[in-house]
Structures are given as C-alpha cells and as structure tokens.
Ligand binder design. Sequence first.
Ligand SMILES: Nc1ncnc2c1ncn2[C@@H]1O[C@H](COP(=O)(O)OP(=O)(O)OP(=O)(O)O)[C@@H](O)[C@H]1O
Length: 250
Amino acid sequence: MIQAHELSKAYVDLHRGEFVALDGLSFQANRGEVYGILGPNGAGKTTALRILSTVLQPTGGSAIVNGYDVVTQPSQVRRQIGFMSANTAVYDRMTAWEMVEYFGRLYGIEDEPLRERMEDLFERLQMQEIRDLLGAKMSTGMKQKVSIARAIVHDPPILIFDEATSGLDVLVARAMLDAVAELRDQGKCIVFSTHIMREAERLCDRVAIMHRGRLLAEGNLDALREQHDQPDLEELFFELIHQQEAVVTA
Ligand SMILES: Nc1ncnc2c1ncn2[C@@H]1O[C@H](COP(=O)(O)OP(=O)(O)OP(=O)(O)O)[C@@H](O)[C@H]1O
C-alpha cells in the first residue's frame, strides 16, 4: 500500500544552511498492518510522514501510496489517506458534528452518504453525547475522537498518525491506541510514528527505527529483537542510537 524508496529531504535554513532531515528512508507498509516509525526528537519522522501525505516534497527518492506517486499525483494520494497528528486542530466554534461534516464535504462526499457515514462513525467512536458540543467545550479526549473521525470520514484505505498520542493522559492515549488497532483490524494500512517504545510494542507489526534522518533498523519486531539479541525494544532502540552516535562522533 505504501512503498517508500530512498526518500530524502534537505531543508535550507539560515543557521544550518542545507540540513538533511531525511536521508534515504525505504520501507513498505501493507494492508491490515500498523507500521511504526520510531525515533527520538528530530529523527525525521514528521518530515517523512509529511512527504507521504504530500504536504512536503522530497528532495530525493520516491513514494507510492496505494498506487499513486506522491510527487506527480498528489491529489489522488490525498484521497487515499487520512492524516492525524497531536496538533490536528479542532475548531472552537464548531460542534463535533459540524466539524466532521465540514471535512466530509471537503472530500466531496454527497449529503446522504455523508450523513450515513457520520451516523456510523459517531456510533462506533462513541461520540453521540458530544455530537452538539462546541470544540471550545471539549476535553482533550473528546477532541481526539473528533480528530480521528475527521481523518477517517472519507474512509481512506491508509491512515497516517504522527505522534498522535503525544500530550494525552494514559486513558485517552489507550483509547486512541485501541481505535488504531480497530482500524488495522478493518484492513486499513496504518503508519504510526512515536518515540514511545511501549506504544510501538503494543501496536506495531513492523517498524523503522530512525535517528538523525537515517534508518537504523527495519522490519518485523520479533525478527529485530532476535537479530540484535535484545528482547527489550527500548534497550534495542538505545543500543542502535548509541552505536550511530559513536560512528558520527568518531
Ligand atoms: N522547515 C524546516 N526547516 C529546517 N529544518 C527543519 C524544518 N522542519 C524540520 N526541520 C529539522 O529537521 C529535523 C527533523 O525534524 P522532524 O520534525 O521531521 O523530526 P521528528 O522525528 O518528527 O521529531 P519530533 O519527535 O521532535 O517531532 C530536525 O532537526 C528539524 O529541526
């Protein structure tokens, strides 16, 4: 469903000049799996996910999303994906229903199918009680539900979650992870970035471990643990990062 090949991104900024934030990321994510992009702050996770969702253009490499090229077919790509991050906005002056409806219309869904889809979504995400609540009056957990609903209203086959649990309390974060697992079970292809290893262990089938824009390890979680002879993902993560730091500073 997603094939990224040697994706790279160099930013030019005043202080650092040309700065390579993403350096040859390759991976494949499939239907019915959660693919984890793991890395510490600044690893390049958001950059990679923004390229996949066509918000940013890569400076090298390519990516195909459900058959469409992110550079040459961006509008088709956008129809294949739902994107959600911790910063996804919920508008203060719209109700939950109005917000999801607004995005459904942006995706060009006709009135009647949109209403049916929303009834189903509000039921499944247990949002009936916040249907008429204004964004300004919602708790963080309620806002997260609205953000999920808005990301999936057009029923995309691919979902991209960028550090979506960041800043959430444990209960809301768990509800969010459960929602992601349910979407996976429905056959969606999910790319999920996080720096929280326990989340990755709970949710991800395969992962890419990144640091400083580079891919340090990639593949099935159990295979990675076996290959590196390290059963604890957090330890494995530290070891890989430590090794790369040693190479960079040598
Ligand atoms: N627009 C930009 N211009 C210059 N540098 C940028 C820009 N956006 C990101 N970067 C740099 O690229 C690197 C990767 O950033 P990115 O946000 O992709 O990492 P991340 O893994 O998502 O980190 P975090 O977990 O902190 O969100 C960082 O060093 C960041 O400062």
